[in-house]
Design a protein around this ligand. Structure first.
Ligand SMILES: NC(=O)c1ccc[n+]([C@@H]2O[C@H](COP(=O)([O-])OP(=O)(O)OC[C@H]3O[C@@H](n4cnc5c(N)ncnc54)[C@H](OP(=O)(O)O)[C@@H]3O)[C@@H](O)[C@H]2O)c1
Length: 331
């Protein structure tokens, strides 16, 4: 049984994630009393079809939330979230935010429903959706943690251009036509760019810091040692993450595979087959493959995860948070 229909707003409705929000709400038959769409002044007046009806995008302003929403889904970047999420909260709306603005705030739960659904209920108005690469990695790592107690993780990512929104996709297409990039610091076509987001004083990038901090918060394991190297590749959609995990306990490969197979959010693909971005795109499952238990160290395991960064890495995870939250109304 579903919960009672909600008044839903999307901020960033014209963007890559915002457009996917609209599709996912429809696909998941999310009960909606009213859907309102917001973006910048640039998109105001454009329309989108939702459940066969035309819905017009409005400019997001300080008064946009006054009519009262049950939930506001933000996907318009950190600055917009920092400015407008507190305003939406004041009207008693539940905010689910896709940007990095609130993720590490102690009062804001950071949730992947397959890992820490219980954290949702500690919210004080805002629930944060994690970084796209972090989401797929922790969906896979939760079983490793539960079974073998992780002590150290190393991530290497191969991230698609759609992770940068329309600007990233545009640069890939420009490259295909021989034009210079407008968004990335180097051409992305025929290239690999070892920089995602800005560099910090430590020479780590902000994307790498996000993966480290967010993994610890979601797994409730602040003492974890995590290394991360994040790389942009000329793939249109779906990120790949190479995960190396050191555990306290000896890893039982069959037990791990069984735990992944028992998880409906995961598709485990055994060698010599393996996941690819093309295979992951358009679906919500986290694909896991290339599992190798170290021959010299029985407490060390490596594997890859591949998932659609716009779906499970963003819109799907946020809608799942909302559905988990509102389903509680029925208990
Ligand atoms: N792409 C991913 O894989 C992914 C994954 C996880 C999280 N996220 C996060 O989701 C957010 C959106 O990403 P995206 O990929 O969808 O980017 P995008 O395609 O560039 O879309 C950005 C959206 O933000 C809106 N916007 C910009 N300035 C605004 C303002 N002042 N007021 C209201 N709306 C404004 C844009 O509206 P206009 O079109 O009118 O300018 C557009 O709807 C970002 O915070 C990103 O970090 C993205």
């Amino acid at each position: 049984m579903m919960f009672k229909p909600k008044k839903v707003a999307i901020v960033g409705a014209s963007g890559l994630v915002g457009q996917q929000f609209i599709k996912i709400l429809e696909e998941f038959s999310f009960p909606i009393e009213k859907l309102s769409l917001f973006a910048s002044a640039k998109s105001a007046g454009k329309s989108v079809l939702f459940q066969g009806n035309e819905v017009f995008i409005q400019e997001c302003t300080e008064t946009s939330f006054e009519e009262g929403f049950d939930v506001v889904l933000f996907s318009a970047g950190g600055d917009v979230s920092r400015k407008f999420a507190p305003i939406a909260c004041k009207t008693n709306a539940l905010v689910i935010d896709n940007s990095s603005a609130w993720r590490m705030d102690e009062l804001v739960p950071l949730v992947v429903p397959e890992c820490n659904p219980q954290d949702i209920f500690f919210h004080q108005g805002i629930i944060a959706n994690p970084n796209c690469s972090t989401i797929q990695a922790v969906v896979a790592l939760q079983a490793v943690e539960d079974l073998f107690d992780i002590t150290r993780i190393s991530y290497s990512t191969y991230q698609a251009v759609s992770g940068s929104g329309y600007k990233g996709i545009n640069d890939l297409h420009r490259g295909e036509e021989g034009a210079e990039p407008l968004f990335y610091p180097h051409p992305i076509i025929h290239n690999v760019i070892p920089q995602i987001d800005r560099f910090l004083d430590t020479f780590e990038t902000y994307e790498e810091l996000k993966m480290r901090q967010e993994t610890k918060k979601i797994l409730h394991k602040p003492q974890l040692i995590i290394h991360s190297t994040c790389i942009r590749v000329p793939v249109l959609n779906s990120h790949t993450v190479v995960v190396h995990a050191q555990c306290k306990n000896v890893i039982d490969q069959e037990q791990l595979i069984q735990a992944w197979k028992n998880n409906p959010a995961i598709e485990y693909i055994a060698a010599p087959d393996y996941p690819t971005p093309l295979r992951a795109s358009g679906q919500d499952k986290v694909l896991i493959g290339r599992l190798v238990c170290d021959k010299d160290d029985p407490t060390f395991v490596s594997f890859i995860t591949v998932a659609d960064n716009i779906r499970k890495g963003a819109a799907t995870n946020a809608v799942q948070i909302a559905m988990t939250y509102f389903k509680e109304e029925l208990q």
